[in-house]
Ligand binder design. Structure first.
Ligand code: C2O
Ligand code: CU
Ligand code: CU
Length: 564
C-alpha cells in the first residue's frame, strides 16, 4: 500500500487502536413517526463542543424502519430558526410528499406527509433539501437512515439484527475551523466521520456481518476496501437487493450512493480489520483523487493541501469478538429477481449535458455547473413526463470532474457507462450514478409510474451538495393524460375540509363550472355557479381519490379531493 498517511489531530494510527465506539443511531418504527429538527451540541473531539443540528437528537437522526406496503405518517417539526425541508432520498412517493425544495417547513411549523411504502428492501436516507441551504444543513448534522424491509428480503438468510450483525455506516468527511466548529470549506474536509464518530471502531461478532454503507459527504468519493484486500460481497445497491451477491475487493461510493455489503469474519475472532478508502487508486477527475480534475491545471483552492486526497486512509476499524447465538455463517448464492424495463419500451431518450458556467480550468472543476445550459430556476420545468412513460436518460459530462447524478421519484437501471455494460454490482436498482469526467456518458432506463401532480415538481441534480446548491439541478413534473390540466388563469381558491366526509366548501370562486371527476376520469357531478362560495355534498360517494375541475372563462384548475 502506498501513501498510507497519518493525519490531523493526534495522527490517526492506521493499524493501532481507534478511540471511539461507532455510534449506532436509535431506531423509529410504527405507523406514525415524529422527527424534530433541532439545534444541538456535539463533542467530536475530547475537550471541544461543536454546534450541530439533528433530528430528535444533537446530530444525525434515528434510523427509520419502514415496511413495504404499509402506510405511514411522519410528523416533521422544524425547531430551527431557519426554514428547512425533509426529503426521503430514494423513496418512491408523490411529489408533494417528497420533501423537495418546494415543500418548505418554516420555523416552528410541522409538515406531515402520509404515504404507502412502495419501495424494495434496501437502505435509503433522509436529509434537508432547501435550495441553497442543503450543504449547510447536512454539514451541520441533518441526515438519517431509512431501512425498508419486505417479504423477499425477510425470506433470505441475511444478517438483520440492527446494531448486532447489521450496521448502518454513514461516511462523511468534514472540515472544522480552529474552534472545532463545522465549516463548509469543501476542500478542507480532512476529518473522516462514521455516524458522526471521529476515529471510530466497531465491535463485531466473528460471523457474517452486514454493513449498510452510505456516502453522506458533500463532494468526496470513497474507494472502499479492507485491510489485506479481503474479499467482501455487495448485496444491495441504492434501491434493492442485487440479483446475487457480487464479490469485490473495492467499492467506489459517490455522494448519495448506498451499498449493503456482507463481510465474513468467521475466522477473525480477537483480531481487528480496517475498512479503508484507497483513494490513491482513484483516477484524476474524481473528487478525492490526487487531482480533482482531469487536467493538471484544473484545481480546487486548498485541495492539494488536504492529506486525504490521493491517499489511502482509514474509515472504520472493526474489532472482532465472539460470535452471537445463531450467527449467519455463509453468504447466500442468489438474492432477488431483477426486472429491468426493456429498452424497446422506452418512449423517448432525453439528453442531459453537464457544463461549467464558464470555460477555463477553474470553472471546469469548481463550477458553478449547469445542466443543459441552465442553472436551477424554481419556476422552470425542464421536463413534463406523462405518467407510466418508460424513458431512457442519457447524461453527458462536459466538465473535468465526475458528478454523481441523482433523480427523485424513481429508481433506474443502468444501460451503460461510457458505452460499456455496467459492472454486476451496478446492475440493480439505483438512484445515484457517477458520470465520468471529460465527455463521460451514462444511460439509464426508468419508468415514471404511480404519481402525477402538475403543481409540484420532482428534482434531478448533482449530489455533490455544493454543486446542487450552486444550481446544478433541474426539475420535472409527471402528468396524468386522462386528466388534462390547462392553467391560464390565476385565481386563488380554497377548499376545505380535505380529506372530506360530507360537505366540501369551495371559496374564492369566480363564475365557473364545477365538475367532480373520479379517478378513471368519469364526471360524476356538474354544477354551474356565479357565487364566490359553493358547497358540494360528497356523502354518497365511495372513499377514495376524486378530482374537482373548476372551469372558468379563461382557465381550468384541477384539485385532488380525498373522500374519507
Ligand atoms: Cu439526496 Cu435530491 O437528494
Ligand atoms: Cu433524492
Ligand atoms: Cu457536481
Amino acid at each position: 500500500m502506498k501513501n498510507l498517511i497519518l493525519f490531523l489531530l493526534g495522527l490517526l494510527p492506521l493499524f493501532g487502536i481507534c478511540q471511539n465506539p461507532l455510534i449506532i443511531p436509535d431506531t423509529l418504527s410504527g405507523d406514525t413517526l415524529n422527527l424534530t429538527l433541532q439545534n444541538g451540541q456535539f463533542s467530536f473531539f475530547s475537550g471541544s463542543q461543536t454546534n450541530t443540528i439533528g433530528y430528535n437528537q444533537d446530530i444525525l437522526g434515528p434510523t427509520l424502519f419502514l415496511e413495504k406496503n404499509k402506510e405511514i405518517t411522519i410528523h416533521v417539526t422544524n425547531s430551527l430558526n431557519a426554514p428547512t425541508t425533509l426529503h426521503w432520498h430514494g423513496l418512491h412517493v408523490s411529489s408533494e410528499n417528497d420533501g423537495g425544495p418546494h415543500t418548505v417547513i418554516l420555523p416552528r411549523q410541522v409538515w406531515s406527509p402520509s404515504f404507502i411504502v412502495k419501495d424494495f428492501a434496501a437502505t435509503y436516507w433522509y436529509h434537508p433539501h432547501l435550495h441553497e441551504h442543503t450543504e449547510e444543513q447536512v454539514t451541520l448534522g441533518a441526515a438519517g437512515f431509512i431501512i425498508v424491509r419486505d417479504s423477499q428480503e425477510a425470506s433470505l438468510n441475511l444478517p438483520r439484527s440492527y446494531g448486532k450483525d447489521d450496521f448502518p455506516v454513514v461516511i462523511q468527511s468534514r472540515a472544522f475551523d480552529a474552534n472545532k466548529q463545522l465549516v463548509m470549506a469543501t476542500a478542507l474536509d480532512t476529518a473522516i466521520l462514521c455516524n458522526a464518530t471521529y476515529d471510530a471502531f466497531l465491535a463485531v461478532p466473528a460471523q457474517v456481518i452486514r454493513l449498510r454503507l452510505l456516502n453522506g459527504s458533500t463532494e468526496r468519493i470513497y474507494n472502499l476496501g479492507f485491510q489485506g484486500n479481503r474479499t467482501f460481497h455487495q448485496i444491495a445497491s441504492d434501491g434493492s437487493l442485487l440479483a446475487a451477491p457480487v464479490s469485490l475487493t473495492r467499492l467506489r461510493l459517490a455522494p448519495g450512493e448506498r451499498a449493503e455489503i456482507l463481510l465474513n469474519l468467521n475466522s477473525l475472532q480477537g483480531q481487528s480489520l480496517n475498512l479503508l478508502s484507497f483513494n490513491s487508486e482513484l483516477p484524476n477527475g474524481y473528487y478525492g483523487a490526487t487531482r480533482p480534475g482531469v487536467m493538471p491545471v484544473a484545481t480546487i483552492p486548498g485541495y492539494t493541501n488536504n492529506p486525504l486526497n490521493g491517499s489511502d486512509f482509514q474509515v472504520l476499524q472493526l474489532q472482532v469478538g465472539q460470535a452471537s447465538l445463531n450467527p449467519v455463517l455463509t453468504i447466500p448464492t442468489t438474492l432477488i429477481t431483477q426486472n429491468p424495463y426493456p429498452v424497446a419500451q422506452a418512449a423517448i431518450t432525453r439528453n442531459l449535458t453537464f457544463q461549467p458556467d464558464q470555460m477555463g480550468p477553474t470553472g471546469m472543476v469548481n463550477g458553478p455547473f449547469q445542466i443543459n445550459g441552465r442553472s436551477y430556476d424554481s419556476s422552470f420545468i425542464d421536463y413534463r413526463i406523462p405518467i407510466d412513460q418508460v424513458e431512457i436518460w442519457e447524461i453527458q459530462n462536459s466538465t473535468a470532474i465526475a458528478h454523481p447524478f441523482h433523480i427523485h421519484d424513481v429508481q433506474f437501471y443502468l444501460l451503460d457507462i461510457d458505452g460499456a455494460t455496467p459492472p454486476a454490482n451496478m446492475q440493480g436498482r439505483k438512484d445515484v450514478v457517477l458520470v465520468p469526467p471529460m465527455g463521460g456518458t451514462v444511460r439509464f432506463i426508468t419508468k415514471f409510474d404511480d404519481f402525477a401532480n402538475d403543481k409540484v415538481p420532482y428534482m434531478f441534480h448533482c449530489h455533490m451538495l455544493s454543486h446542487e446548491d450552486d444550481g446544478m439541478m433541474g426539475q420535472f413534473v409527471v402528468f396524468d393524460n386522462s386528466i388534462a390540466i390547462d392553467e391560464t388563469g390565476d385565481i386563488s381558491i380554497s377548499m376545505y375540509p380535505n380529506p372530506v366526509q360530507e360537505q366540501l366548501t369551495i371559496e374564492g370562486l369566480v363564475p365557473s363550472t364545477l365538475e367532480l371527476i373520479n379517478i378513471s376520469g368519469q364526471i360524476l357531478l356538474i354544477k354551474k355557479t356565479t357565487n364566490s362560495q359553493e358547497q358540494l355534498n360528497l356523502k354518497d360517494y365511495a372513499p377514495g381519490v376524486y378530482y374537482l375541475k373548476i372551469r372558468t372563462n379563461d382557465s381550468v384548475l384541477i384539485y385532488k379531493v380525498l373522500k374519507k
